[in-house]
Ligand binder design. Sequence first.
Ligand code: PMP
Length: 453
Amino acid sequence: TDTIAGIPRPRLAAIATREAERYAASRPKAAEALAKGAGNYLGGVPMHWMADWPMPHLPLVAKAQGAKLTDIDGHRIDDFCLGDTGSMFGHSPAPVAKAIKAQAGRGLTYMLPTEAAMEAGRLLTQRFGAFRWQIATTATDANRFSLRVARAVTGRPKVLVFNGCYHGTLDDTMVELVNGTPANRAGLVGQVQDLTRAATVAEFNDLAGVEALLKQGDVAAILTEPVMTNSCMVLPAEGFHAGLRALATQYGALLIIDETHTISSGLGGYTAVHGLDPDMFVVGKCVAGGMPTAVWGMRQSVADRFAAYDETRESGHSGMGTTLSANPMQFACLTATLRDVMTPENYAHMEAGANRLATGLAAAITRHGAPWHVVRVGARVEFICAPGPLKNGTEAHAAHQPQVEAAVHTALLNRGCLIAPFHNMMLISPATTDRQIDRLIGAFDAILTDLFP
Ligand code: PMP
């Protein structure tokens, strides 16, 4: 067709070019620094996929505070990406910065706990519910270790995930449906295993599909986000989570809820706000205010089964836990975040700001007659360049418009607003102001004025 997401292709191309030129012209220092330093890195960047940001080249950050970034070319940027959730509570929240200073001279890693570790355990239970906790460094690892326990206690091989999911780089979940059949995800680097031997895939919001897979009797755990956030956002249908819980129980699989992104929902995450009842619970990224930390926990009933299992195995390499995890700096930051940052007041501010943003973006979409929609999960807002609501990962994949998104992201950054790359996600932190939100709405409206004249 000659339009894409409702925009005539030549118009989109012209605006993309205009915005790319404007971006490049305003960031000579970043371009020069990248040209000088990039040769030392694979693909010119410290993580290869940083090269996939849609701008002509990356900005280099000089500093960040609250909901603002300053780049080395002197641009002050309203940050709605917030490290794709790692900094959802703002950059360097004051209680966390203070905790880092206090711990900085007392050692950074010992493989032994601290008093703060004991306090963190208490706060985790208070905030997220009665789980037996473990500390990891990334949500990827927290999911990986949860799956190990689920397989150990059930004696079954498979994880059931939803098409289009993302739970980190653990291999087990890197599967997708191809014409209705599970297969390794396209694009995996160097993957030589057939991942479908230990994973299976259903569509989100399809309880009948889930039941058909559980009936085979080889599923150790269902691993899901409460809301699919990693493609275009997909909300659970009424009764979906209750249905998952009931089916998991009926067929003897564990239910693992990954709250790494949906912790935006409110105090205690989507699980607390919507009364979910998982067997295992995972959250990472922002849980220690941006200090690399993740936690995973299991109900006492699972802990009891694991204890029985643990007695039957040789002691030694379990395949769980990494050297730098559960270090004193993580506990200092985890304690500070749970106590002083994840507060009802902060969540109320985030919720109100996100509501303001979602309402403003939706109004702009309506005003311009764009065939787009907006979804919100607490402090997390996404505009999607297709009609909605979306039902599952297949629909979310089809709704994704990388060309449109690339032009819009660059245009937003030219207007001082950074949103998360690879989709259209925006986060509201406790430090984000109404003025910043209104600037983003204004910039979005101006871009739609160009795209839908
Ligand atoms: N779970 C979910 C739901 C995520 O979105 C992500 C990362 N985007 C992860 C796990 C993995 O987090 P990390 O990259 O910190 O390991």
